[in-house]
Design a protein around this ligand. Structure first.
Ligand code: NAD
Length: 481
């Protein structure tokens, strides 16, 4: 796909595609070329109010659709998305930069996630509770109502779909502000739902000035749930605004995942698996392994194998055959990488690989390996959200656990050990919502993902994934004497 094939970006409100009321737009860039590939409309307050009202009407219509029909429509949308996966992946690579194969995998995964949620909603059982004769005491689970959702640019299909799939499966309507930096993929997703027969107003897509959009939609009397994926500082702002209105939130925020490589682990296998995960999406993943704590007896072997794996990464335009890591998604990440490396180097860390942006155009930053990184370095304390791997040695496991748990983050954690007893100690000791042992694989839709501590609350995926979108109603019915 060339820049010229990039889709027209519009708002989708009450079943209609339209520009923003004032015609205001912002440019969309290809991060591999820095060229403008399209323009994203910036919604006005009136556009947003219309979207919130449309979602209120959409909710009334959607919850009245029989569950079997709802499920069938959502399966049809998943089918359309699967059939169009080549095109949607190409749009994603153009606007976000990730290699085509990664983008394609993401599109197929989200189609699977949609099917899973749609099926799971059929099992949103309530219960009947034993009670006195002549009374019927039951518990029902009902859709919470219109959702206001805000998603970032790193998984242009994955993040929006998690929210759309759960909301629509549960019987809710949604106004989603997908990222202004990756709006094309979001438009492609919405088209699949529209063509599958989702009624007007059920799924509304907006773009705009993020802070204005979230303030308006959270304050709307129609909004019943706020769902956000993004950074901790923005999550705090949105949760505070929602709290002021007594509206519940689902918060999927950042992480700084430790990888603990124990003395009994095979350091080469651990290094290869950790490096494979580290450079996925150029490290711009909330669960990316990002602090490598390696037992001192394995430190050298791990570092050598990790560096070899980093050397094997092919950085370039994600559309090119053979490329395994694309550019960073925007210039802000490039600046952040430079600052983190400079700070670590100034404190005495050694830059074993990478560390400098590659010649432009494009926001390319190579796999970067740092050793001897002091704990007070920014890269050891702040989520790097990029292809930087700081590797540090530890002497005993309690010390490693202390370092791993020292930050306010608590999203993902990884550990490598051959001992079941050590694994259990790590399971109990690590403060994280997602823990992988002896691998660094990604999420699966059958199981819940989410954080503890400042990394957020609520879960996406698994049977828990519908919880935020459903409310519980206790019904006691006096049937008569
Ligand atoms: P950012 O925090 O400004 O933005 C992150 C996302 O939130 C963007 O999509 C943005 O449009 C949106 N956003 C920002 N302010 C908002 C507001 N007031 N209301 C609604 N949405 C708002 O940062 P960024 O430069 O885009 O990304 C940098 C940091 O964000 C990273 O270091 C990382 O910590 C975090 N991030 C996390 C995830 C994740 O999956 N948890 C994804 C992307 C970014």
């Amino acid at each position: 796909m060339t820049d010229a094939d990039y889709p027209l970006i519009q708002l989708h409100i009450a079943g209609e595609w339209r520009p923003a009321e004032t015609g205001r737009t912002a440019p969309v860039l290809n991060p591999a070329t820095e060229e403008v590939i399209g323009h994203v409309p910036l919604a006005t307050a009136a556009d947003l109010d219309r979207a919130a009202e449309a979602a209120a009407g959409g909710f009334a219509a959607w919850r009245a659709v029989p569950i079997a029909r709802r499920t069938a429509i959502l399966h049809d949308a998943a089918g359309l998305l699967t059939a169009r996966s080549d095109r949607v992946a190409a749009v994603m690579t153009l606007e976000q930069g990730k290699p085509l194969a990664e983008a394609h995998g993401e599109v197929l995964r989200v189609a699977g996630a949609l099917r899973w949620d749609a099926d799971d909603a059929r099992r949103a059982y309530g219960r009947v509770i034993p009670s006195a004769p002549g009374t019927l005491l039951s518990v029902r689970r009902e859709p919470i109502g219109p959702v206001a959702a805000f998603t970032p640019w790193n998984f242009p299909a994955g993040s929006p779909m998690r929210k759309i799939a759960a909301a629509l499966s549960a019987g809710c309507s949604i106004v989603i502000k997908a990222s202004e930096e990756t709006p094309g993929t979001a438009c492609e997703l919405v088209r699949c739902f529209e063509e599958a027969g989702v009624p007007a107003g059920v799924l509304n897509l907006v773009f705009g000035e993020p802070a204005e959009v979230s303030a308006r939609l959270i304050a709307s009397p129609h909004t019943r749930l706020v769902a956000f994926t993004g950074s901790i500082p923005v999550g705090r702002q949105l949760a505070a605004a929602a709290g002021a209105q007594m509206k519940p939130c689902l918060m999927e925020l950042g992480g700084h995942a430790p990888v603990i490589v124990c003395a009994d682990a095979d350091p080469v296998t651990a290094a290869r698996r950790a490096a494979a995960a580290k450079f996925v999406n150029a490290g711009q993943v909330c669960t990316s392994p990002s602090r490598f704590l390696v037992h001192e007896s394995r430190y050298e072997d791990f570092t050598t194998a990790f560096t070899e794996a980093a050397d094997a990464v092919v950085t370039g335009d994600g559309r090119r055959e053979g490329v395994t890591m694309g550019p960073l998604a925007n210039e802000r990440r490039l600046a952040a990488m430079r600052e983190l490396v400079a700070d670590a180097a100034a404190r005495g860390a050694k830059v074993l690989r990478g560390g400098e942006r590659l010649d432009g155009p494009g926001y390319f930053f190579p796999p970067t390996v740092l050793t001897g990184v002091p704990p007070e370095s920014r890269v050891m304390r702040e989520e790097p959200f990029g292809p930087i791997a700081p590797i540090v040695p530890f002497t005993d496991l309690d010390e490693a656990l202390e370092v791993a748990n020292a930050l306010p983050y608590g999203l993902a954690a990884y550990a490598f050990t051959e001992s079941a007893a050590t694994a259990e100690r790590l399971v109990r000791g690590l403060e994280a919502g997602i823990l992988s042992i002896n691998h660094c694989g990604g999420s699966v839709h059958e199981a819940p993902s989410g954080g503890v501590k400042s990394s957020g609350y609520g879960r996406e995926g698994g049977p828990e994934g519908l919880d935020a979108y459903l409310v519980t109603k206790r019904v006691s019915h006096l049937l008569g004497e």
